[in-house]
Each structure stands twice: as C-alpha cells, then as structure tokens.
Design a protein around this ligand. Structure first.
Ligand code: 5GP
Ligand code: MN
Length: 334
C-alpha cells in the first residue's frame, strides 16, 4: 500500500523502474514520472524496459535515457513494476529475484510484489504516482507533470472513458498548473503518426463485421497487412475503439495475428458491458471496458469463440443491468 511505498523510498536509495513489454502511455508516462520524482528526492533511479518505446512517447522528458535490458543486471534496493498484471509482463529475466514494488490500477493484477500498491479506483497509474508525490511531500516539476499527464490522457482516452473521475480531472488540472501544455501532448498522441497508420487502418477497417443485433463488432489484422502497410509499433493504437463510434455498438473486438496461429486480442466496451470478465475466461485480463488476451489456433475458430463469448456476455450484462429480454442476438460469422 501507499504508506509502505513512501517508507521504502524514504529509507532506500537506489531504484529501477520498469513496465510491461509493448509499453503504453500510462506505463511509460508513470515510469518516467516516478523516475523524475525519485531523482528530485535525491535518489538514484533509472527506467529499464525490455521493448522499444513507441515514437509517441519519445518527446517525454527522460525518454531518451530509458535503458533497454533483457535481464536484470544492476543491483537495486528495489524495482518498481508499473502497470503489470504479473511478474512476467515486463519481459525481463530474473526480475523475480529482486525486491519488487508492484504499482497497478487493474482489478485483475496478481499481488506478485514484495510490496503491492493496487488502486483500481485510479484512472491511470499516473494518478497514483501523483498521489505518491503528494504523500511524500515532493514537488510536481514540469517534467513530472508532462509524464503523468501523458499517462492520464492515454489511459482515459482524452478523458472520454468511464474511468475518468473528478479526481482525474483535478490531478490533470494540477499538472497543467505545473506547466503541461495539453495541446502539445494531444498533438504527440493523436496527430503525429506516420502515413503507414492510415494505410493499415484502411485494411483493418475493411474486415469489420457485426453480429445480427448490430451491437458487437470485430475486425482483424493479419501479418500480411502489417508487412504491406509498413506498419510501425503503435501504428494501430486505438483501432479497437473505432467501431464504438457507432451508437449501437457496445463491444468491439480487435484480433491481431502476431505469428501464424497466435493472436493478440483487444476488447473494448461501453457502459455496463464487462469485457475484463470475458478476457479472464481466456486467460487474459484488464478493466471492465478495456481488456485483452492472447489465443492460439485457427483464425476462424478463435474468432468464433471470442465473438460468441462477447455476444453471450453482452446479452447477460444488458439483461441484468437494464432488464431487457434479448433473444435477438444471433451469432453470424461469415
Ligand atoms: P490492450 O487491448 O490495449 O492491449 O489492453 C487493454 C487492457 O487489457 C490493458 O489494461 C491491459 O493491461 C490488459 N491486457 C491486454 N492484454 C492482456 C493479457 O494478455 N493479459 C492480461 N492479464 N491483461 C491484458
Ligand atoms: Mn493504465
């Protein structure tokens, strides 16, 4: 919990911070924000990751100092593990031999750390790092503010998602007071992609399908699409949300072929539809409205299983939350 994290920081000196492979804005923003906070307290700190950093985050202060490692080499008093459901997610060998501090806001997170600070009411880990800064009596520098604002913007979909609370907006306001230019961060997140994103988007959107009720949408990204569009890491960020722009769509599924017979799947939903529960059924996890999983096997078969599970769950959730009786859901796969 928070008090243990504060005590640890006060009593120790030499820290590393890591986040999950394929890092996102919350993972990178929170890690860098924490790094700046620790340094401002006179501590030694560095961010270590196993994966490349998407170009969107290159402009964050400290991004150019991030160290890429495949296994733990340095000796640290503690390693902060940001936004990871389990100790394997950073993809760093021997991380489990370290004193680890697990900081996360997912409900499905394992308590793998030596210290665990999990706050599912936080919109982003960035919000938790802000709270940590306040609890430890730190000052929100412009560097910390920019990194944490990136975390908030990306994890709340620019304050659109239901995880956005009055606290989130209050923290965002404090970060802007500390020197953040919101338009600069939005420009980096939303309007700085290479053209390959547009090429890929057109191919992926060409595969979109809906079930008979028109409430569930799904689409695919094949290895061939990646190659022919010249896709770069992060080019497909947010694609899964596109079908949700249609009023009647309440759940969206986006399947990416990572290698033959192996797929990463993103699930998104609106309102009461809980996709974390569906992801968990397949060994994945996440939040109520944003979850993910991995699955192996034949494209059509995997797609059919996931789509069926989502349709079934949408039926249940709508039925139990709004009292509708729904018998108009039919699984229609082409
Ligand atoms: P995304 O669709 O953006 O990759 O992930 C959405 C959410 O689901 C994230 O909060 C992420 O932590 C979680 N998630 C995605 N893939 C997996 C997975 O394979 N396992 C678990 N436990 N969570 C995942
Ligand atoms: Mn997050």
């Amino acid at each position: 919990m928070l008090s243990q994290v504060v005590e640890l920081i006060e009593n120790k000196h030499n820290f590393a911070i890591t986040t999950h492979a394929r890092p996102d804005g919350d993972g990178i923003g929170s890690s860098l924000g924490l790094c700046w906070l620790l340094r401002s307290l006179g501590k030694e700190a560095e961010v270590i990751v196993s994966d490349g950093i998407p170009a969107t985050y290159h402009t964050l202060p400290g991004a150019d100092e991030i160290i890429h490692v495949a296994e733990m080499i340095g000796k640290y008093d503690a390693v902060f593990v940001i936004e990871c459901s389990d100790i394997e997610r950073p993809g760093i060998k021997n991380l489990d031999q370290q004193f680890t501090v697990n900081i996360d806001h997912h409900t499905t997170c394992e308590h793998f750390g030596t210290i665990n600070w999990i706050d599912p009411t936080a919109s982003a880990v960035g919000e938790m790092i802000y709270n940590l800064c306040k609890a430890i009596g730190g000052r929100i520098s412009r560097e910390i503010a920019e990194c944490l604002y990136m975390a908030l913007v990306t994890d709340t979909g620019s304050f659109h998602f239901p995880n956005t609370t009055d606290r989130t907006l209050k923290v965002a306001s404090e970060l802007v007071k500390a020197g953040v230019k919101p338009a600069k961060i939005s420009e980096a997140v939303y309007n700085s992609y290479p053209w390959s994103r547009i090429e890929l988007m057109s191919k992926v959107l060409a595969t979109v399908k809906r079930d008979a009720s028109g409430r569930v949408a799904w689409m695919r990204q094949t290895l061939e699409m990646r190659e022919s569009s010249g896709m770069l890491d992060g080019d497909n960020n947010g694609f899964v949300n596109i079908p949700l722009a249609a009023k009647e769509i309440v759940a969206s599924i986006y399947m990416r072929e990572v290698r033959p017979q192996f797929y990463r799947v993103s699930l998104r939903s609106k309102g009461d539809i809980n996709v974390a529960r569906i992801a968990e059924k397949f060994g994945g996890g996440g939040h109520k409205n944003a979850a993910g999983l991995r699955i192996e096997g034949d494209w059509n078969e995997c797609e059919r299983k996931i789509v069926a599970a989502v349709i079934e769950s949408v039926n249940d959730d709508i039925h139990t939350t709004n009292g509708y009786t729904l018998n108009d859901y039919e699984l229609t796969l082409v």
